[in-house]
Design a protein around this ligand. Structure first.
Ligand code: SP5
Ligand code: ZN
Length: 315
């Protein structure tokens, strides 16, 4: 399986995030991607390929030009080790801009788009190791460790070539991805996540959010209780997979967040290591051209193994 990766992610390394008025360790660290690469490498997955560089016009289909400009200019002018939590263009206290943020975020988009291009060229499954992640990034706002929406940008790219389904299995609802396609009949968004009544991102991810206009019925949310177990999860995943089959897409994008793991430091579900093998197998059974895009997952010790278990089901 082709794995698209670039070391440029290391340019983005905020020193802290703000939680409850205090500075706490930044969960979305560069050690995440390093641990994934190390494990995949030692399990002989690959080949690893470098991203190609794509035109900014792809980004501008999903994000507002002023917003993109703001991230670029603030990131490119801020000093090393400084963090900017702006009072606008941001939806929470979890996405500071640093000196390397723009460069790393653009590299993450290139990683996602290179994977999408590989699918169009006939690859069956590609893994895009994006960092920073993207599914919380909206039209004109960053949030939840996300700046630009890698999954939405590649969905828009693939939508030029056919019908696209996005399956979001990150622990958190992908508010950015949902909003990008909320009125669209040609892109299905299905998400399984912790019930936002008492979990980030709080404001979206409820099951009455079904899409708007021509997109009604093409947005499906499965909020789940905290401490969801393997078997509860598989049951809902089977439903989500049926939704995707009914939509009959040409391409599948998986927003693959692994913060559903029982020992995730900001987690809330009780999935075990072996659950990811099964989740991968159930998704693989769809038999669709599939772009796997990395989202969250913060247990550094196990993240490599979780990713490896998931990806191995596609090989
Ligand atoms: C891509 C992704 O998974 N973003 C997740 C953003 C969630 N941010 C919420 C952070 C909550 C911090 N909780 C700190 C608990 C300290 N004990
Ligand atoms: Zn998450």
């Amino acid at each position: 399986m082709k794995i698209v990766y670039s070391i440029t992610h290391r340019m983005h390394n905020p020193l802290y995030e703000l939680y409850d008025g205090a500075k706490i360790e930044y969960a979305e660290s560069s050690a995440r991607a390093d641990s994934i690469i190390e494990t995949l490498n030692s399990n002989n997955l690959g080949p690893f390929i470098e991203p190609e560089s794509f035109d900014l016009s792809h980004v501008l289909k999903i994000h507002q030009a002023q917003y993109v400009d703001f991230v670029r200019t603030s990131s490119n002018t801020i000093s090393q080790n400084e963090l900017l939590f702006p009072s606008y263009y941001i939806s929470d206290t979890y996405a500071p801009i640093t000196a390397g943020t723009y460069v790393a975020s653009i590299a993450a988009i290139d990683i996602a788009l290179t994977g999408a291009q590989e699918l169009v060229n006939g690859e069956r499954v590609v893994y895009s190791l994006c960092r920073p992640p993207g599914h919380h990034a909206e039209h004109s706002s960053m949030g939840g460790y996300c700046y630009f929406n890698n999954a939405a940008i590649s969905a828009e790219y693939l939508a030029q070539h056919g019908r696209v389904a996005i399956l979001d299995i990150d622990l958190h609802h992908g508010n950015g991805t949902q909003s990008a396609f909320y009125g669209r009949p040609d892109v299905l968004y299905v998400s399984i996540h912790a019930d936002p009544t008492s979990f980030y991102p709080y404001r979206s991810g409820f099951n009455n959010e079904e899409g708007a206009g021509l997109g009604v019925g093409k947005n499906i949310n499965y909020p789940m209780p905290l401490r969801t177990t393997n078997n509860q999860y598989f049951k809902i995943l089977r439903k989500a997979i049926t939704d995707i089959q009914n939509f009959n897409p040409d391409y599948l994008i998986v927003s693959a967040g692994f913060d559903t793991f029982m020992y995730d430091p900001i987690g809330g579900f009780n999935l075990t290591l072996s659950a990811y093998t099964k989740i991968g197998a159930l998704i693989n059974d769809l038999g669709l051209p599939t772009l796997i895009i990395q989202e969250g997952g913060y247990n550094i010790e196990h993240l490599g193994e979780i990713t490896n278990n998931f990806l191995t089901s596609f090989t």
